[in-house]
Ligand binder design. Structure first.
Ligand SMILES: [Ca+2]
Ligand SMILES: [Ca+2]
Ligand SMILES: [Ca+2]
Length: 663
């Protein structure tokens, strides 16, 4: 879980001394529960989409249209009163029946594919077979009520490191040499356990016999992994995830240090455990076996992943046209350079024999600034491992070495193309166009190899991962809100929900996608802005603070407390506070806002202006405003509400609710 949390939402766990009536009972692992609180912490899902636990043979194959067919295989852990299983049935139907070429368009709206692939890769990496990839159980499915997408959540890992022998394919002698490829061979259950076989399952699900008779393949078909890994682009994500995990800590040295660290933390608590299940000598033995397993596993997988390596895994990743003082070549020249990145999953040689069908190709790589001459410069013989970078000089000085191109980059702008050769001729792998780059400013992808091309203002990184700090927008503020909307502004469903107005006082558009709004500063992720919400300079945006489902407009899912609470706007990292306001008692149809717009001065606004510049009414001649103002004066005098506004300019403020204990 500790390792997994870098990639997917995973449960926190901590070693615990358990006392019963003040008497030490033993060393336990306390593990975080997967429930609505877990979901809110990680997904901010106020709508609380369904959470299912996979109980047995939860293959995600389609069992049929009747929810009762799924009972006992899966268990719905929340929303039991509604008991609507149609989302799960739709997922299994899509996985089972969609032709491969249509799968991405059909599955992506209902499944968080990347997250699922990372979860499956983690199970594979740790050879954790008491899970979906083994016996198709001991995992959770959660459907995000905001996005409509399912994701898979890890349950436990007590049978990781290849210790669940019953699910190990029979031809595998060393569990470190397990691999889900080819996934067609995966089998979630041994035939003898199926009804009519030699052994019977303890407490089989009610529909077990019916499915075994009418639709037996559904019990064997691990639809999720088989279908996803059959899609080329998804298989790449999966393999690259494994390669990344090998680079980012799943290696003998790193895990040995971590294992020893944890062992010394618990060793003497285990020694004094009065209810230890095995002799303490087993403790040391299993540590050694685990460390040896990791070393064998990393070596084995590395070799496997190299077999999937391909020249098309290479990307043009960064370039510098006007290099005044960033990096000098072997002749001391500050010349233009380009960086090539290997996305993985394996080691790519720039030159080498490639077998394609019956043909053998002497495969090369080429860089050119002119697509009509794809082979302008053949790259030198190099090996680039997954996740590694190769820096080449585009200085028009080939006599300086084999990593110097015979052409140079045009300071005014131009294009660069990376080609390889195939039976059919030259094949374009990647290309980029650039223009108007200032001196010592590089242009690159972020994240490496996959992201969009950006001017990397945080500094050039030849031979290193590209840097780009997601800017925290300046000038984006919570500008006005109404916590007691009685008749001021009608919502899209005809009711009068609370509302919040955001204002962009800056001079550039702000993309709100993925930012968060909350009424609890300790839980920043209560509401996540959907993708594609952009607020132009000087623009206002009204957000409904209600939980009405399936309406037009943006709805936060939380209402504002008329007696006062807090409101916070957080950056995409879910930690950096962009703006907040803490407010006291509010009054019907009177808003609370900044005047003038975006200024630090908050005040009651008796003429609310949702979506428009805030105004302060000073003409009290209108009788209707008189009465409100008088009421307001009394209320202010009585309550003396207290308002605080805090603003952290790009500073790191860490959420206090999601801290992770070391375990
Ligand atoms: Ca040079
Ligand atoms: Ca770089
Ligand atoms: Ca306004």
């Amino acid at each position: 879980m500790d390792f997994a949390r870098k990639y997917v939402p995973a449960r926190r766990c901590v070693y615990t001394r358990l006392y019963v009536n003040d008497e030490y009972y033993g060393l336990y692992l306390a593990v975080e529960h997967i429930d609505n609180t877990f979901i809110e912490t990680h997904f901010g899902d106020y709508k609380h989409g369904n959470i299912y636990k996979a109980e047995m043979l939860a293959t995600l194959s389609y069992f049929g249209p009747d929810p009762e067919l799924y009972y006992g295989f899966y268990e719905l852990k929340n929303n039991e009163a509604i008991n609507d299983w149609s989302d799960l049935i739709e997922l299994t139907r899509t996985l089972t029946f969609t032709p491969l070429e249509e799968l991405p368009t059909k599955i992506e709206p209902i499944l968080d594919v990347k997250s699922v692939l990372y979860t499956l890769a983690l199970l594979d990496l740790f050879v954790s077979l008491d899970s979906y990839i083994g016996n198709a159980r001991n995992y959770y499915l959660y459907r995000n009520g905001n996005t409509g997408k399912f994701t898979m959540l890890l349950w436990d890992a007590n049978l990781a490191f290849g210790t669940f022998w019953i699910m190990m394919p029979r031809n595998i002698i060393d569990p470190a040499k397990y691999f889900v490829f080819p996934p067609d061979t995966l089998q979630p259950i041994r035939l003898e356990f199926v009804p009519g076989g030699n052994l019977s399952l303890p407490s089989p699900p009610p529909a077990m016999n019916k499915i075994a008779k009418e639709n037996p393949s559904a019990l064997f078909n691990l639809a999720l992994i088989k279908k996803l890994l059959a899609v080329d682009s998804y298989r790449k994500i999966y393999l690259r995830a494994l390669a990344r995990m090998l680079r980012e800590g799943f290696d003998a040295e790193t895990l040995k240090a971590r294992i020893q660290e944890l062992a010394s933390l618990i060793r003497h608590h285990a020694e004094s455990d009065p209810h230890l299940l095995t002799p303490i000598s087993m403790f040391e033995l299993s540590l050694n076996e685990t460390m040896s397993f990791v070393a064998r596993r990393a070596n084995y997988l590395k070799a496997q992943l190299n077999q999937f390596a391909d020249k098309t895994d290479l990307k043009i990743n960064e370039l510098m046209v006007v290099n005044r003082g960033i990096k000098a070549d072997n002749y001391g020249d500050y010349d233009p350079w380009v960086e090539i990145y290997n996305l993985g999953p394996g080691l790519v040689k720039t030159r080498g024999i490639m077998v394609k069908g019956r043909s053998i190709i002497d495969s090369r790589l080429f860089l050119t600034d002119d697509p009509s001459v794809p082979n302008k410069w053949e790259l030198p013989q190099r090996s680039i491992d997954a996740g590694d970078f190769l820096v080449l000089w585009l200085d028009g000085e080939p006599f300086e070495g084999d990593d110097h191109a015979p052409f140079t980059l045009n300071p005014a702008g131009g294009s660069l193309y990376l080609y390889t050769n195939d039976l059919s001729g030259y094949v374009l792998i990647d290309n980029v166009s650039y223009s108007g780059l200032e001196a010592d400013l590089s242009f690159g992808r972020y994240p490496d190899g996959e992201g969009n091309w950006l001017k990397l203002k945080d500094g050039p990184t030849p031979g290193e991962p590209n840097l780009f700090v997601d800017p925290v927008p300046t000038g984006l503020v919570i500008n006005e809100f109404m916590a007691r909307n009685r008749r001021t502004l009608r919502g899209p469903d005809g009711t009068y929900p609370d509302w919040i107005e955001l204002y962009n006082s800056g001079d550039t558009p702000v993309d709100l996608s993925g930012m968060y709004l909350t009424d609890n500063l300790k839980r920043p992720k209560r509401f996540r802005f959907p993708d594609g919400v952009v607020l132009g300079p000087g623009e206002f945006l009204v957000i409904w603070a209600d939980s009405s489902l399936d309406q037009t407009g943006i709805h936060t899912g939380f209402a504002l407390k008329g007696d006062g609470e807090e409101l916070g706007l957080f950056a995409r990292d879910g930690q950096t506070l962009i703006d907040s306001v803490v407010f006291g008692k509010q009054h019907p149809d009177v808003s609370y806002g900044r005047y003038p717009d975006g200024s630090p001065n908050w005040d009651y606004l008796i003429q609310p202006t949702p979506g428009k510049p805030n105004v302060k009414v000073t003409n009290l001649g209108q009788s209707s405003l008189w009465s409100i103002t008088l009421l307001l004066g009394v209320a202010v005098a009585l309550c003396l509400p207290f308002f605080v506004r805090r603003k952290y300019e790009g500073g790191g403020r860490s959420g206090s609710s999601g801290q992770t204990p070391k375990a």
